[in-house]
Ligand binder design. Structure first.
Ligand code: MTE
Ligand code: MO
Length: 420
């Protein structure tokens, strides 16, 4: 697209018949790309590029129109809870979180992944074809949740995307194990951390400024489920989600799962890339009063995400008849742990009803739950959902510990329904 240069050449300017020929063929090109004729083309100024062709790729393409746009530059979208009702989240309903600009003109045939850093024996580069040929592929359902999901609930407000409930998804990812690749390259005994570098561009336009470069301890990198993935739900990863190659580390803040990844570094210290320091994806080691300025040494990196759940049916605001039992269902997940119990309450938490809870498809996948509810009389009710993990931690009913950037709000999801 960027290659389209409609400015007339010197010979075109001095030769009108050549000029109108160029203009006509250019219009045909435009129409082909747009998939439609430009109706008022004769009024279009010379050298003009139609807006639809000059915009950066629009991540809303192929997305469910019900997705909520939180920001357009960079693109950030979240799902409404009822869009997360499928066992495996379809790409069209997956939230998008970008810190910079989505890379364009990706050539999958020349894409490479470099493994480097002070703790590799010798750095090595793989083409995508080599990754696919040399290593065994695995498929896992993995929960990716933005560390800031639920940020909108904190007071005083934290800056950043005001995510409500929907910056989470559980899709099926296919790729090779990062550990197989690291073992093939050879890593030194002093390796403690890995970090990723992706191809996205900084919003400030500086070509060499890194947008985000996060990572995880070697122990997380070496888990079976930590993938270098090229497919999402059996198809190429959509561009906005990291095409053609993505690091996927389920159960941790999704910021660890680097999109458009071209380099993995193996470090002999905690990775110090962009957004690893300061308040980014870090929380106070000990609880602090809301609004406190927390010194750097009192902050820690977020690792496993906390236990959480969503009601994906019915939608908040649903209305139904009293005679009918209401089937309520949703999803629950617990970072590195499994969810061991799921309960709902219709009386503001006074009493709780046990739900049926399925096992996860694999480690780090979310779990489906459901329950049938009946209501004693007409009126307004709230349904609150509460998950408990295998270590006995439950979701709080109120907003949990305040932190400067508004991470880790895993308070109970609540919806309102009317019975008539
Ligand atoms: N290269 C790159 N990787 C990235 C990001 C980014 O801005 N650039 N954002 C991270 C954050 S903060 C989140 S929450 C997830 C979002 O993944 P998604 O857009 O596929 O849902 O990608 C992570 N990986
Ligand atoms: Mo995120």
């Amino acid at each position: 697209m960027a290659a389209l240069k409609p400015e007339p050449t010197k010979s075109e300017l001095t030769n009108p018949s050549r000029r109108s020929f160029v203009r006509k063929s250019l219009l045909t090109t435009f129409s082909t790309i747009l998939g439609a004729d430009i109706v008022y083309a004769s009024f279009m100024p010379k050298g003009y590029i139609p807006v639809a062709l000059s915009l950066q790729s629009n991540p809303m393409d192929g997305k469910n129109p019900e997705m909520i746009i939180r920001n357009e530059k960079p693109w950030n979208l979240e799902a409404r809870p009822h869009l997360l009702d499928d066992a495996i989240t379809p790409a069209k309903n997956m939230f998008i979180r970008n810190n910079g600009l989505i890379p364009e003109n990706i050539d999958v045939d020349t894409w490479t992944l470099k493994i480097s850093g002070e703790s590799v024996v010798q750095e090595k580069t793989f083409t995508l074809a080599e990754l696919k040929k040399n290593f065994k592929a695995y498929t896992y359902q993995l929960v990716l949740e933005c560390g800031g999901n639920g940020r909108a609930g904190f007071y005083p407000p934290a800056s950043g995307n005001q995510w409500e409930e929907g910056a989470v998804a559980c899709a099926e990812w296919t790729g090779v194990r990062l550990k197989d690749v690291l073992n093939a390259v050879g890593i030194k005994l002093d390796a403690v951390y890995i970090g990723y570098y992706g191809a996205d561009k900084h919003l400030n336009g500086k070509a060499d400024e890194v947008v985000i470069s996060r990572g995880a301890p070697i122990s997380k990198a070496m888990q079976d489920e930590t993938l270098l993935a090229w497919a999402l739900n059996g198809e190429d990863i959509p561009l906005a989600h990291g095409y053609p190659l993505r690091l996927v580390a389920g159960g941790w803040p999704a910021s660890v799962s680097g999109k458009w990844v071209h380099t993995i570094v193996v470090r002999n210290k905690v990775h110090d890339g962009a957004k690893m320091m300061g308040d980014s994806y870090r929380v106070p080691k000990n609880p602090v009063a809301p609004g406190t300025k927390v010194p750097d040494e009192d902050m820690k990196i977020i690792e496993s995400m906390p236990v959480k759940s969503l009601i994906t049916f019915p939608k908040s605001g649903a209305m139904f008849e009293k005679s009918r039992k209401l089937g309520v269902r949703g999803k629950a997940w617990a970072g590195e742990l499994e969810v061991s119990a799921m309960e709902v309450s219709v009386d503001f938490g006074a009493t709780w009803v046990q739900c049926q809870l399925k096992k996860p498809k694999n480690r780090l996948a979310w779990q489906e739950w459901n329950v049938e509810l009946s209501f004693p009389e007409e009126g307004y009710y709230e349904i609150w959902a509460k998950a408990t993990d295998s270590k006995g931690n439950s979701q709080p009913m109120v907003i949990p510990g305040w932190n400067p950037k508004g991470y880790l709000n895993n308070s109970c999801h609540r919806i309102g329904v009317k019975v008539k």
